[in-house]
Design a protein around this ligand. Structure first.
Ligand code: SF4
Length: 499
């Protein structure tokens, strides 16, 4: 069952919002749903929602399709949907008889270049404001050429090869889940955005760098949103890369705690806790809201490496966060880290074992699991020029950690090193990847398809793995961004001095 928390509008212009994965993920994606609500409440627009496993709709003709791309591998879902709708992938093959196809989302804000052959235009940065302007232009239903000329005037709209300035909004309205559904991956959960971005600026983190400056919603508006959500569901989730940096985060948690104390049944969810700001009150509120486990991200067990990546976290703060979590009722913690951070040595890997032993000795009988991914250098961050570590070396590190952590009695989960490799290629590639992406899709998109497509096209992907010269132009330089490239260079040089 679906509950719409807004009043729909109707119109003649058939506008499709496509999610390039299954519907339950679409219904859990706050950004996607919020923009869908914007379209669905706009006069003159007939908004239609589709996902890769649900393409049911009534309209005879589609006027335009917007895709939301949150993950590097989402191109597979984009092609799948275009294929099912019998629409050519390349924009050059689509005349005015085809719908206008565009996309937005973190993948494109970070680096739109691999996708520019497929989309008529892309949205770079925050979408809330630019999307309204886009809809106003689209519903005029002019020919493609005129529409694109009009769209080019909007900040954040990237018409391939024309420079674009990333759109940044001030958070005036709190974004929340406008459609509650039992089909959502987060069943009937009312998600509220508390803050956007993160002021910590860890050197690898796109969530921080592509969302600068850090912004937060007003306390009163967040409380209003919580109350609205509680009218429809008891499941509340607070969202933000760094929600605990909200100046009144403790007050928000206090508000929820006293509501629960007063008999209100709230199931509360928070994606992860910032290690240096875990407090008894936060943990108690989470536990009261039914949460049994949480995650802290330490990125590396080596303090030297943490300093290098600007994760200024002391080991005592890590131990303290675990202690508070245990003492205040959580059953366990996941400790998230990376392997393959630039300049990582064997000693840095050994640090994980030392830290695990220390945790075991000082905080016994607490369920700890280590979760690792391998470092993927991302555009728009100070580590965007770095080399991706060799796959064989990463696999060796993985085996070592699995074995040694098991001896201590801790579980260790790893992201797939091979998939992280291809994610690096997709993240830092340019327009030359377009035929590669199509070929990977045609070959079924499994891991072997990537290798085979590179071979078939004789594609040189070495730069995306080896990294880039700091003086060389980068594919994503086309975006006028904040912070600009020279500040990223300065930051990289500053951090290198810490090694
Ligand atoms: S604290 Fe987390 S969200 Fe913030 S910059 Fe570091 S990794 Fe990113």
């Amino acid at each position: 069952m679906e509950t719409l928390l807004y009043k729909q509008n109707r119109g003649e212009y058939n506008f499709v919002m496509a999610y390039p994965a299954i519907e339950s993920f679409a219904l859990a994606s706050l950004g996607y749903l919020w923009l869908y609500k914007t379209a669905d409440t706009t006069e003159g627009i007939n908004a239609i929602r589709i996902a890769s496993d649900n393409l049911n709709f009534n309209a005879k003709k589609i006027d335009s399709i917007a895709f939301s791309m949150s993950f590097d591998f989402d191109f597979m879902g984009v092609f799948e949907i275009l294929d099912k709708l019998k629409i050519p992938f390349y924009s050059i093959e689509r005349d005015d008889s085809y719908p206008l196809i565009f996309a937005g989302g973190p993948v494109l804000t970070t680096n739109p270049e691999p996708y520019k052959a497929f989309f008529d235009f892309m949205m770079i940065g925050d979408g809330e404001e630019s999307f309204k302007q886009v809809l106003d232009i689209l519903k005029q239903n002019k020919d493609k050429k005129t529409t694109l000329e009009l769209l080019a005037r909007i900040e954040g709209i990237y018409i391939p090869d024309k420079p674009v300035k990333k759109a940044t909004v001030s958070l005036n309205d709190v974004i929340y889940t406008p459609i509650l559904s039992d089909k959502s991956y987060f069943k009937d959960t009312f998600i509220i955005e508390v803050a956007r971005g993160c002021m910590n600026r860890c050197a690898f983190c796109t969530a921080s760098y592509t969302n600068l400056p850090f912004r937060h919603n007003e306390y009163d508006k967040i409380i209003e949103a919580i109350e609205l959500g509680l009218k429809h569901t008891n499941k509340i989730a607070l969202l933000g890369a760094q929600i605990s940096a909200h100046p009144q985060f403790n007050d928000i948690m206090g508000y929820l705690y006293s509501k629960m104390e007063g008999g209100c049944n709230i199931e509360l969810g928070i994606s992860s806790l910032r290690t240096d700001s875990v407090t008894p009150q936060i943990v108690q509120t989470l536990v009261k809201g039914g949460q049994k486990h949480s995650t802290i991200a330490i990125e590396s067990a080596s303090e030297r490496l943490r300093r290098f990546i600007n994760k200024n976290l002391k080991e005592e703060q890590i131990l303290n966060a675990i202690k508070i979590s245990k003492e205040n009722g959580l059953k366990g913690l996941k400790i998230y880290s990376m392997i393959g951070i630039p300049n990582e040595t064997e000693e840095d890997i050994q640090e994980f074992i030392r830290l695990a032993k220390r945790i075991k000795a000082e905080i016994p009988q607490f369920n700890i699991e280590f979760s690792f991914s391998s470092f993927v250098p991302k555009p728009q961050t100070p580590l965007q020029w770095s080399k991706r570590e060799d796959t064989k070396i990463l696999e060796k590190k993985q085996k070592f950690l699995e074995k040694e952590l098991a001896k201590i009695g801790f579980g260790a989960k790893f992201s797939s090193i091979k998939w992280d490799y291809w994610q690096t290629v997709l993240s830092r590639g340019g327009e030359e990847l377009a035929p590669f992406l199509v070929s990977v899709y045609r070959k079924g998109g499994k891991i072997g398809a990537y290798k085979s497509a590179v071979k078939e096209l004789n594609l040189d992907i070495s730069k995306t793995i080896e990294g880039f010269d700091m003086n060389a132009p980068l594919h994503w330089d086309i975006i006028e961004n904040y912070p600009p490239k020279n500040l990223l260079i300065n930051e990289y040089n500053r951090l290198m001095k810490r090694i």
